[in-house]
Design a protein around this ligand. Structure first.
Ligand SMILES: [Zn+2]
Length: 488
């Protein structure tokens, strides 16, 4: 039998996901802190489903290095599976781990699985992901999206793809329980000067940002900070672009600190060497811009219980999701707190990594930063050692020097029971609303109200499930006709 040993909070999360599905949802977005162990949760659900039925399940990732990582942890739990990836012939196994590109390009020849997991689902509103998810939903599959930051990098909503969202225990709770590593965060005394950097698309203009950040002085600053706070620690550095990342690696090497750069053109063998080099101490600094981010787990990559200990932020971003995805690479469970060196003004802009954040399927709230509840100070910095901490104390938690006591930001979320309460509440409202929708037409209208992308298909699934039968082609045709009529 396949086995994963789950932490209690992971089991709880499994229960929440199942509750949402039992309540009739066909697509659920599961939100859990980065480094929570979402692959383990998915593997557990797959193993449970396989024990009871001949259900098929896929786990889709967006990068090949995550495919290998997931595959390794599935084999570790004795989940037999095939790989849906380029250069591999398709196996007939019921469980598949795949990359989005390959699955998308082979859609015509594939049969949708009973359960489709989409990893790092905040990236899922790209057209490929959207098409694959819709394809699965149309065929009656259950879709479970997993993410630590349920917001697209551009702040767009995920609600069109997912009907409901369930949230695991908060990051803050996980850190307090020792499930994730604690951290000490230091910021530079001065925020980077981004006055000449315009916004383009969803974030800063990359070329202009690189110009502002790729300066010998800033990189030199990063080196001296690292020496002071994180000397000898296994470190990942996030840079603006490939050139900036290469320059940063060169500078560390020139200072006698072994560093390696990786990017999308890095071969598998080179990435493997970089990871193993970090694990065995040949390298101390891994420089990159966007390769080693979502889902990257050093221990799973090298098959040893080894983790990143320090994260250097040299990449300012307007996206809280991107910020958190970077920082959390260093927050996997370990004995010592992680060191976060913020040279990019991220903490001042986005708050501390374990601030309680309110996510929704509707996307980023417009003008949230300017709203009244943000006037309180979220983050304070020690003028002596540049430590960044939550306000409300009279002494710097790092160096002990007296600091001005500022009012802490109110944390609205009640510790502990929140996750459970949410699931219950969801179940009740969803059931009530859905229960009140008597016929197919009502259900289609409800689906439209909830902003579903294909309300007709969803309505058919719920409708037929009520009658205890599988939907037929005619059912879909009929529902599509009704939906069309309603739209006119
Ligand atoms: Zn201090």
């Amino acid at each position: 039998m396949a086995t994963f040993n789950l932490y209690e909070d992971q089991s709880e999360f499994v229960e929440q996901l199942r509750a949402a599905l039992r309540a009739g949802a066909k697509s659920v977005l599961g939100v859990a802190s980065p480094a929570f162990g979402k692959t383990v949760v998915a593997g557990h659900i797959i193993a449970m489903a396989r024990e009871k039925s001949d259900a098929t399940a896929w786990f889709i990732v967006h990068r090949k290095n995550l495919l290998r990582q997931t595959s390794k942890s599935f084999w570790g739990a004795q989940i037999e599976h095939g790989l849906l990836t380029s250069g591999r012939a398709r196996s007939r196994l019921a469980v598949q781990v795949g990359t989005i590109g390959t699955v998308h390009s082979r859609l015509e020849s594939l049969t949708p699985p009973s359960i489709l997991f989409v990893d790092e689902a905040h990236l899922s509103k790209g057209s490929m992901f959207e098409r694959v998810i819709q394809w699965a939903l149309d065929a009656g599959s259950i879709v479970i999206g997993l993410t630590g930051t349920p917001e697209r990098l551009d702040g767009q909503a995920l609600g069109g793809l997912f009907e409901v969202m369930v949230e695991a225990r908060s990051t803050h709770w996980l850190i307090q329980q020792g499930r994730l590593s604690g951290y000490d965060m230091y910021s530079t005394g001065v925020e980077p000067d981004l006055s000449g950097v315009k916004k383009s698309g969803n974030d800063y203009n990359r070329d202009q940002l690189a110009e502002a950040m790729d300066k010998p002085m800033l990189v030199g600053d990063a080196i001296s900070h690292w020496r002071r706070h994180a000397n000898g620690m296994r470190t990942v550095a996030y840079c603006v672009n490939v050139k900036h990342s290469k320059h940063t690696a060169e500078a560390f090497n020139a200072a006698g600190i072994p560093a390696v750069h990786v990017d999308a053109d890095t071969t598998e063998a080179e990435l493997k060497d970089a990871c193993e080099g970090l694990a065995d101490g040949r390298y101390l600094i891994l420089c990159n811009c966007e390769l080693v981010i979502e889902g990257f787990d050093l221990s799973a990559q090298v098959g040893k219980d080894i983790t990143l200990e320090c994260c250097i932020l040299l990449r300012p971003t307007q996206s809280v999701a991107r910020y958190l995805q970077m920082v959390f690479r260093a927050l996997r469970r370990k004995p010592r707190p992680a060191i976060i060196l913020d040279h990019a003004g991220c903490a001042m802009r986005h708050g501390l990594p374990d601030d309680d954040r309110e996510w929704s399927l509707e996307g980023r709230k417009k003008g949230r930063r300017a709203s009244s509840d943000d006037t309180e100070v979220r983050v304070q910095q020690c003028p002596h050692c540049y430590h960044v901490f939550r306000p409300g104390v009279a002494e710097c938690p790092s160096c002990g020097e007296p600091v001005e006591r500022k009012e802490a930001r109110k944390i609205e979320v009640v510790e502990g029971e929140l996750a459970k309460v949410d699931a219950d509440l969801f179940r009740k409202t969803a059931r009530k609303e859905q229960g009140q929708s008597r016929d197919l037409e009502d259900l289609i209208a409800l689906g439209s109200r909830r902003g579903m992308r294909n309300p007709a298909a969803w309505a058919v699934n719920v409708h037929c499930a009520r009658q205890g039968r599988k939907p037929t082609k005619d059912d879909y045709g009929n529902a599509n006709r009704i939906a069309k009529g309603m739209a006119q």
